[in-house]
Design a protein around this ligand. Structure first.
Ligand code: AMP
Ligand code: ZN
Length: 475
């Protein structure tokens, strides 16, 4: 089954064809590290996580790069105004880089809590200034950029496809009500590649004097450095479409003279009480805050991925509770199946094979349709319902069904994240004693220990090489 996705660039659902067979190169706009990321930010970051996990499920080898913006992102995403990091630094009476460290740690901790698969690279803007300068020099040489009083601007009229991604063509923008006036610019829509501002704290030497890079050039330079001049996917939140991604295309294609990104994917906003969750409105929740309220990490992840990325997601506490219940349902089934693995080995009945094929097949087919998560979850719960109905499940059947749930969870990532650390030490100790008993071939003792563990509400699923997994009945 081939993967199809909605491409923001073509505004159509397209078949996915990788540039290099079996491989995928994916770039995601990452956080601007000036405050704790909120669940809205993570809705946008979890979209590429789901995409990456699904492409891996389909057998692709995915290289994922997510940048960290630690300079140059100005308030209102515009050319004027305070740098978000420097503003935060001034308020906290710290250095911008100290601010970056604090919020990179916060982002990493929250990413881990949400069981996001780490990207292969997390390039930081401040570590790639030379790459940005080199790119700006090429844009000047090619006539796409010009220097005025130590500032460098991109001349949007030199790039004929400007506006293709967002629909904000120059005609469209010129007829708009609000046109920024800056006497230095040839055209009001020209944007800064390099900015000179003596008040800015973070400054670097450049051929145009001391200054700092514009936010858009950061992503063009870092994505090219790690993924080359032509790659498969670029993702972000819907507010990144314009001006950020529109300008990135003008820069990258201005330099290479050829197509840059094949597929653009954008996540719609997470809303709270009908409004976009945002730092500026202050109507936000961080992952940590929700955990402090007693919600589980995997339920937060489930809630954030369980609605289609191209629709707004209205965040509610009831939604989080429903996510907890959904995970409990899967866990209860896993628990019963894990119990059944201790039975006779036996064969797999046709009816069980069918349930597995329908479950995995339905899950796969739905995600192939532009990551239709609701439909894919419906297939998962049909599978659970059918599995729960089965009686006399053999050990082999139970293992096969657990295998199917684990395969599904390699994409959803909601079952593993809470295991291990949440299993009480007492149960872990019993499980270790059982492993030792098995190694000593003391089967009677191993069985007694297993019964003891079960009586306490935990099931053990044995894995090859004497490894095991513990499943909590009411996790
Ligand atoms: P920032 O750290 O402000 O650069 O934002 C990081 C990412 O979060 C960007 O891709 C934004 O598009 C995205 N984002 C911000 N607010 C929301 C929201 N309420 N829902 C979904 N994505 C968001
Ligand atoms: Zn970006």
């Amino acid at each position: 089954m081939g993967f199809r996705l909605y491409n923001t660039f073509s505004k159509q659902v397209e078949d996915f064809v990788p540039i290099e067979e079996g491989k995928v190169a994916l770039y995601s706009c990452g956080p601007t590290v000036y405050s704790h990321p909120h669940i809205g930010n993570f809705r946008s970051f979890l979209m590429p996580d789901l995409l990456k996990r699904f492409l891996e499920f389909k057998g692709y080898d995915v290289t994922h790069v997510m940048n960290i913006t630690d300079v140059g992102h100005l308030l209102e995403d515009a050319d004027e105004g305070a740098d978000k990091l420097e503003e935060a630094a001034r308020k906290a009476k710290k250095e911008p880089l100290e601010i970056a460290e604090i919020y990179i740690d916060s982002f990493n901790a929250a990413s881990e809590m949400l069981n996001m698969k780490p990207a292969d690279e997390y390039p930081r803007a401040t570590g790639h200034i030379d790459d940005m300068i080199a790119m700006i020099e090429t844009l000047i040489e090619k006539g796409h950029a010009y220097v005025v009083a130590h500032n460098v601007y991109y001349d949007v009229t030199t790039f004929k496809n400007y506006g293709k991604l967002s629909g904000n063509t120059l005609d469209e923008l010129n007829s708009g009500a609000r046109v920024e006036v800056n006497a230095e610019k040839r055209n009001p829509q020209d944007f800064a590649l390099w900015k000179h501002d003596p008040k800015h704290i973070q400054q670097w030497e450049s051929p145009w004097g001391m200054g700092f890079p514009g936010w858009h050039i950061e992503c063009s330079a870092m994505s090219t450095k790690y993924l080359g001049e032509h790659f498969d996917f670029h993702t972000g939140g819907e507010d990144n479409i314009f001006p950020h991604h529109e300008c990135e295309i003008a820069q990258s294609e201005g330099v290479s003279g050829k197509k840059w990104v094949n597929y653009w994917m954008h996540a719609r906003f997470l809303l709270f009480d009908g409004e976009k969750m945002s730092k500026s409105k202050g109507n936000l929740y961080t992952i940590q805050e929700l955990i402090e309220k007693g919600f589980k990490k995997n339920a937060i992840r489930y809630a954030l991925i369980s609605s289609h990325y191209r629709q707004n997601y209205n965040f509610t506490f009831d939604g989080l509770k429903a996510a907890e219940q959904a995970i409990e349902k899967i866990n209860r089934c896993l628990f019963t199946l894990a119990e059944a693995t201790k039975g006779d080995e036996g064969s797999i009945r046709d009816e069980v094979k069918e349930i597995i094929e329908k479950g995995i097949g339905g899950f796969d087919e739905a995600l192939c349709d532009d990551l239709n998560i609701s439909k894919s979850l419906a297939a998962v719960f049909d599978f659970i319902k059918e599995a729960n109905k089965l009686s006399d499940v053999s050990g082999t059947e139970a293992k096969a069904m657990i295998g199917a749930i684990e395969k599904i969870d390699s994409v959803l990532g909601v079952l593993e994240s809470d295991s291990g650390e949440e299993i009480p030490a007492e149960i872990m100790a019993l499980a270790e004693q059982r492993k030792e008993a098995k190694l000593a071939k003391d089967w009677a003792k191993a069985d007694t220990l297993r019964d003891e563990i079960t009586a306490k509400g935990f099931a053990i699923e044995d894995k090859p090489g004497h490894e095991y997994r513990i499943i909590q009945k009411d996790a």
